[in-house]
Design a protein around this ligand. Structure first.
Ligand code: MGD
Ligand code: MGD
Ligand code: MO
Length: 859
């Protein structure tokens, strides 16, 4: 989103944070994660010193070692035997230095980024349609539109600030309409006039159907058509489309097409439901085609608009972070572009072909074709498809360097050399957001220990590898100035990215690049691309006719499903930062599987029991969340849990490696998995002031204000619960209070030290029903009534927290609704504060209200 943040250290390690009212991206708003930034900058768990082989060392030794190992490997096996795997969370300066080092000096393009998993399909789709990776719109366009279509985007949870901006625009202009296209009924549907729960992967068919109707109804912009190539083929393909694969009714499709065709100012927003698909590039093309056919592009309030995810996803695209691009949107395969960049860098060796894309890169690591890899600011052992295989490939690599802010990640644990990076708030640099606003991030805290900014670490390795002059910057501003100068060259090639004359190279400014489709439209023709039925999320890729796979009923206890994966409101990716905030852990404390009630019934999966998923020879165990929001035959799981927080919740272990043939982006939203009940003999819930060391078949831990909360389950019941609990908590001596009912399989154990509750464990043969918030709040106190598991009658149980910002629980909100005291989202806000800060829980509050109304109507 690229929000402006006003952050102020109080000198005692705390940070006050608020939205910058003058920043064009958020105009003062922040989401729950932005609001909690101050809670994620503590030094606990930080990597403070360079390490080699698990032992502390100094920078000189560590950097010398990395440079030597890369130099030796290149000398012996050539430049393509090494690789960098980097991240859209690095600054543009970090990215620039990494790319210059790999592409210009090492002489290989084996540098790819986690953006391959994120928006590579958009890049490929933009290039195919516009000839360049250009975003033809700005955030304002979403507010100016009369129709906003959100497809494959859970904006309410993933871009809450933008969602709130649309919600506010809609409130001000009630004629504005919103359509959500998503197999699941997400929180984003809260502002939707129409929700289309299409079958996984069928977006191409839907947008082709729209294009065919645009044509049939004479809604094409014939004047604009002069600027286009290839529209006739695209129309022919669209007319041949079989829209039934969407699983939508004729009435739903009619309603959507009528709205879209009948509204001049329409923005189609898309995100991972579109990109992370084996037909991702075609999905992007099918969307863009509708805008090109109608000429609804490059003007206020209209256009296709891809929302990016990571803070610098867009900056990474501009700076050429992908294995198949060069800086400033120049092309690696274009000899003139290559020569220009090589000349500018005075580079000894430039690759003339693209490097390995993420999935292929880790395959090459597995085969030992890549013998040295440097992983920076990303956690591929968790976030890559076939995560077990990727983890094993990294573990087997001859040399692995990892730059991170913590050593406690699944990937960092596999490194030979660990390099401590300065994190957000501890370094200077620039990032570019979805609408191409470049913002400066400022250093406001000292980096802990010996941590250094990534660009500086990379530059030092470049110097030590023998290229002192090319990497001799002293500040990130110098790096930026060099990059800005290079962009002037790109400008001469007609690229849409030229900041050479912009004030950005003299910080501190936020620079907005102009809306660009209008420009590229004048300069070159846009190409409509014929996109044929290839919407199938199938192994083998796109372009093949769609075969809808309806889950067959079977007597076996496991059924094949499409596994959809994505994000939850209050966590960020593999949780290495957001997981540190107790507040952000209170919304959803463990990994889950969202499944339709009928599918759950057929499988014998009870609510809150555990389900086992199998795919790719790996397994996952997740809590069952039965919900009508899911489509039948499709299940959804969040991506956030890892070996650190819930080992069986590492969902990418069961996701396959199938990629889009044009972009190389993995299909992360439609993996084929089997689902079956996990036969748990016991379930447990625990709280502990110290980090617990669970060994159970299933566990998930989350930070709480006073320590940790832990969900547990096992297939075998331990003999001795006391010994088990003491080992779990590391409390051989603590005083134990215990209630057990062995006939019913119920155990409750509380441990005290110096009169204070330090840990408690609740065990039951069924999912444990105790007040988790209440128990977590007793830690560190006397905890006299802890074993009752519930607050006394004088103290109402707030229930799971819904509003993370103000800490308001579901039960508190429900009782306000039931008492009749608050009957609208606004009234609940006024009475309890819930939803009044970042607003990202407002959809869930609205859902509670709607439920209550439905129950009333039924009574
Ligand atoms: N809270 C939170 N916010 C984040 C992040 C985070 O980790 N946490 N990460 C950031 C990053 S890096 C990114 S890339 C963005 C991602 O932002 P989004 O793309 O909005 O997030 P996802 O949850 O990955 O997926 C979006 C939706 O696509 C739907 N979907 C799945 N398959 C299909 C399909 O075939 N067609 C359609 N139309 N929809 C489908 C899913 O059901 C899901 O609701 O979020 C950013 N914002
Ligand atoms: N199944 C499935 N898989 C997915 C997705 C999905 O929707 N479904 N989404 C994909 C997408 S869109 C994305 S973007 C990826 C995200 O996946 P990752 O990039 O692997 O996830 P993060 O947890 O953001 O990893 C960032 C790492 O950088 C570290 N870090 C933080 N700040 C700094 C810093 O300043 N310097 C350095 N050197 N390190 C730092 C963090 O501690 C963390 O270990 O996941 C992808 N994987
Ligand atoms: Mo992403």
């Amino acid at each position: 989103m690229g929000c402006g943040v006003l952050a102020k250290p109080d000198g005692q390690g705390d940070l006050t944070v608020r939205g910058d009212p003058d920043h064009p991206a958020n105009r003062g708003r922040l989401c729950s994660k932005g609001t909690a930034l101050g809670e994620t900058v503590g030094h606990e768990d930080r990597l403070l010193h360079p390490m080699i082989g698990g032992a502390r060392t100094d920078w000189d030794t560590a950097l010398g070692h990395v440079a030597d190992r890369f130099r030796e490997t290149i000398a012996r096996h050539g430049p393509h035997s090494v690789a960098f795997y980097v991240s859209g969370q690095m600054t543009t300066e970090d990215y620039y230095v990494a790319n210059k080092l790999m592409k210009g000096f090492i002489g290989s393009a084996n540098i790819d980024t986690n953006s391959r998993l994120c928006m590579a399909s958009t890049v490929a789709g933009h290039k195919r349609a516009f000839g360049t990776d250009t975003v033809p719109g700005t955030y304002e366009d979403l507010e100016l539109a009369d129709l906003v279509v959100l497809t494959g985007s859970n904006l309410a949870w993933c871009h809450p600030v933008l969602h709130q901006r649309i919600a506010a625009a809609k409130a001000a202009r009630p004629g504005m309409r919103v359509v959500v296209i998503d197999p699941r009924r997400t929180a984003t549907c809260d502002i939707a006039d129409l929700h289309l729960p299409l079958a996984a992967g069928s977006d191409v068919a839907l947008f082709n159907a729209l294009l065919a109707r645009i044509d049939a109804r004479g809604a094409r912009d014939t004047r604009f058509a002069r600027h286009l190539d290839g529209m006739e083929e695209a129309l022919a393909a669209a007319h041949a489309e079989d829209v039934s694969v969407t699983g939508l009714s004729a009435a739903q499709i009619d309603a959507f097409c009528d709205m879209w065709i009948g509204t001049e100012k329409v923005v189609t927003v898309f995100s991972q439901g579109v990109n992370q698909s084996s037909a991702g590039t075609d999905k992007v093309g099918a969307i863009i085609n509708c805008h090109l056919a109608t000429g609804r592009i490059g003007r206020p309030g209209m256009g296709p608009f891809s929302v990016t995810g990571q803070p610098n996803a867009m900056g990474g695209r501009e700076v050429g972070g992908l294995a198949n691009t060069l800086a400033c949107h120049l092309d690696i395969e274009n000899p003139a572009h290559r020569a220009a960049v090589q000349g500018f860098w005075a580079a000894p060796a430039m690759p003339d072909r693209p490097g390995l894309k993420a999935v292929d890169m880790f395959r090459a690591v597995e085969r030992s074709d890549i013998k040295a890899i440097w992983i920076i600011c990303t956690n591929p052992a968790v976030s890559m498809p076939e995560a077990d295989r990727v983890r094993d490939a990294i573990a087997g690599c001859d040399f692995v360097a990892v730059s991170d802010i913590t050593a406690s990640t699944d990937t960092a644990r596999l490194a030979h050399v660990l390099l401590p990076a300065a994190g957000w708030g501890e370094r200077d640099g620039t990032v570019t957001n979805s609408d191409r606003t470049i913002s400066r991030q400022r250093k406001l805290l000292d980096a802990p220990g010996e941590a250094r900014p990534d660009w500086a670490i990379l530059a030092e390795v470049g110097r030590r590898m023998g290229w002192a002059a090319a990497f001799d910057w002293e500040t990130p501003a110098e790096v930026l100035r060099e990059y800005a100068a290079l962009s002037g060259i790109a400008g001469r090639f007609g690229r849409d990215f030229d900041i050479s004359a912009s004030p950005i190279s003299t910080p501190p400014l936020t620079t907005r690049l102009p809306r660009s489709a209008g420009r590229s439209r004048r300069r070159s023709k846009a190409g409509a691309f014929s996109v044929t039925g290839g919407s199938s999320p199938r192994p083998g890729g796109a372009g093949s006719p769609f075969t809808p796979r309806h889950p067959r009923r079977s007597s076996r206890p496991s059924i094949r499903f499409r596994l959809n994966t994505g994000r939850i409101r209050d966590q960020w990716h593999t949780m290495t930062r957001s997981g540190r905030s107790a507040r952000l852990n209170r919304h959803m404390g463990e990994p889950f599987l969202e499944i339709h009630p009928e599918d759950a019934r057929a499988l014998g999966l009870a609510p809150a029991s555990l389900a086992e998923l199998r795919g790719q020879g790996a397994r996952a165990v997740l809590r069952v969340l039965v919900s009508e929001r899911a489509r039948r035959g499709e299940v959804f799981a969040p991506i956030h849990w890892s070996g650190e927080t819930a080992p069986t919740g590492r969902i990418d272990a069961v996701v396959g490696p199938h990629v889009d043939p044009h972009s190389g982006q993995p299909e992360a939203k439609a993996a084929a998995v089997s689902v079956a009940p996990f036969a748990a003999k016991w379930f447990g819930f625990a709280v502990s002031t110290a980090l617990p060391a669970p060994k159970a078949d299933y566990w998930a831990r989350a930070r709480s204000e006073q320590g940790w909360r832990l969900e547990l389950a096992g297939a075998e019941t331990p003999e001795d619960w006391e010994a088990e609990a003491r080992a779990l908590f590391g409390l051989p001596e603590a005083r134990l209070t215990r209630v057990s009912d062995s006939a019913r399989g119920i155990e409750r154990l509380a441990f005290h030290e110096d009169g204070r509750l330090v840990a408690a464990l609740f065990v039951s043969p069924r999912p444990v029903a105790v007040s988790r918030e209440h128990l977590a709040s007793l830690l560190g106190g006397e905890g006299a009534q802890a074993l009752s598991g519930r607050p006394g009658a004088d103290m109402p149980d707030p229930g799971p927290v819904l509003c993370a910002c103000l800490g308001v629980g579901v039960n508190t909100i429900l009782s306000a609704i039931e008492s009749g005291a608050a009957l609208s989202v606004e009234a609940i806000g006024a009475a309890l504060g819930a939803g009044t800060n970042c607003g990202s829980c407002r959809p869930e509050i609205a859902a509670l209200l709607a439920n209550a109304r439905m129950r009333e109507a039924a009574e």
